[in-house]
Design a protein around this ligand. Structure first.
Ligand SMILES: Nc1ncnc2c1ncn2[C@@H]1O[C@H](COP(=O)(O)OP(=O)(O)OP(=O)(O)O)[C@@H](O)[C@H]1O
Ligand SMILES: [Mg+2]
Length: 353
């Protein structure tokens, strides 16, 4: 005889893919009917047409099927009422207090910054996040480059995030990374034309209204330079560490130095420097060629007394993976570039905070 309790125990093993909690805890199990070997489960989704409904349905079926005596599992999908969504919002994001900006926050926030554009911040944000995730950490990724958003494309996360109750936003799940980017809110080809105050408001929402959940790390892709966004981030996240990205040229390192100086002025620590596009390893002779010169990042590290955490080679798989939404760390974990990202992630993880 299969009991309702046995079924509920099995359902407690099914996690909502975006909320990262068991569906039983989230009030998503509406009903359980047992009739001999037949089990019928009613599941309430957070929103109608939830893109993850098939995944939830199959995981429920699988979880219940393993009970001995079960011959058939049926899943009825329903949708939460506005009141239920409101209650869930309150459960996920109690008192609207952000796990990230709270004074006693334990979340390690890493802001990926650079002086110049196009040096690889977004690539590095996404891959270091993916590396930390592969190491078993719970990681959020925030694309704070509101005008030049690209994280959504690099992680193939283009679906609209679920909004619960009165504006609690659920980050989009990508292989267990919790992702939030402007690219999920607007069409990719639509230019974002906002003035400073709107920008500040959006960042405030990204930090405070997103139910980031129990993350250990938040990696933030910042726009280049020391503008509006960098100032807003430093005000909201005084304890964040800055991961400085530069290319080997002396000129790029010099501009990156200004970002390091700004971090110092607002009391943010620079956790280290990554030199991107440091060299190209010749596939024929195996030698590393420093195509863009060398020395800039090392000099910067000396000047600011911070470690040079890694030197990422030029690798055509990086732009390719970026366009396909497949970070190299996941797609080619043994590549030289991926190994550098793992090394950097490990160094960050071993840093005293
Ligand atoms: N090590 C690398 N080897 C080859 N291509 C790279 C490397 N790092 C980054 N790229 C490519 O260079 C381009 C710029 O990288 P990315 O978008 O990450 O830079 P960014 O600093 O975020 O730029 P922006 O300032 O425009 O936001 C992308 O097409 C990316 O795939
Ligand atoms: Mg970028």
């Amino acid at each position: 005889m299969i009991t309702r309790e046995q079924v509920m125990d099995r359902l407690a093993t099914v996690m909502d893919p975006e909320l990262h909690l068991p569906i039983t805890e989230l009030g998503m199990v509406e009903s359980v009917h047992v009739d001999g070997g037949k089990v019928q489960v009613g599941v309430k989704l957070t929103v109608a047409g939830c893109p993850l409904s098939t995944r939830i349905e199959s995981e429920v079926t699988q979880a219940v099927s393993v009970l001995s005596g079960v011959t058939d599992v049926g899943v009825n999908l329903g949708v939460m009422t506005p009141e239920e969504r409101e209650a869930l919002a309150a459960r996920l994001h109690p008192h609207r207090e952000s796990v990230v900006t709270a004074k006693d926050s334990k979340v390690r926030v890493v802001i990926c910054g650079s002086g110049k554009g196009g040096v690889g911040k977004s690539t590095i944000t996404v891959n270091v996040a993916a590396a930390l995730q592969s190491m078993g950490r719970a990681v959020g990724v925030l694309d704070a480059d509101v005008y030049g958003f690209s994280v959504s494309r690099m992680l193939a996360a283009r679906q609209q995030p679920v909004v619960l109750g009165d504006g609690v936003i659920v980050p989009v799940d990508v292989h267990n990374l919790r992702v939030m980017s402007m690219g999920m809110l607007v069409n990719e080809d639509t230019p974002v034309m906002w003035r400073g105050p709107m920008l500040h408001k959006l960042l405030d929402q990204f930090l405070n209204d997103v139910a980031w959940g129990e993350i250990e790390y938040l990696l933030i892709d910042a726009p280049p330079g020391t503008g509006d966004v960098a100032i807003s981030l430093s005000q909201e996240l005084p304890k964040a560490r800055v991961l400085l990205v530069t290319t080997p040229q002396e000129a790029a390192a010099r501009v990156a130095g200004r970002v390091a100086q700004m971090a110092g002025k607002v009391g943010q620590e620079v956790i280290g420097i990554i030199e991107n596009m440091a060299y190209f390893r010749c596939t024929d002779c195996g030698k590393a060629h420093p195509i863009f010169g060398k020395g800039g990042a090392q000099r910067l590290a000396h000047e600011f007394h911070v470690p040079l955490l890694g030197q990422v080679p030029i690798d055509p798989q990086l732009p390719m993976g970026g366009d396909l939404g497949e970070p190299i760390v996941w797609k080619h974990p043994d590549s030289e570039a991926a190994q550098v990202f793992f090394k950097v992630a490990k160094a960050i993880d071993e840093t005293d905070w």
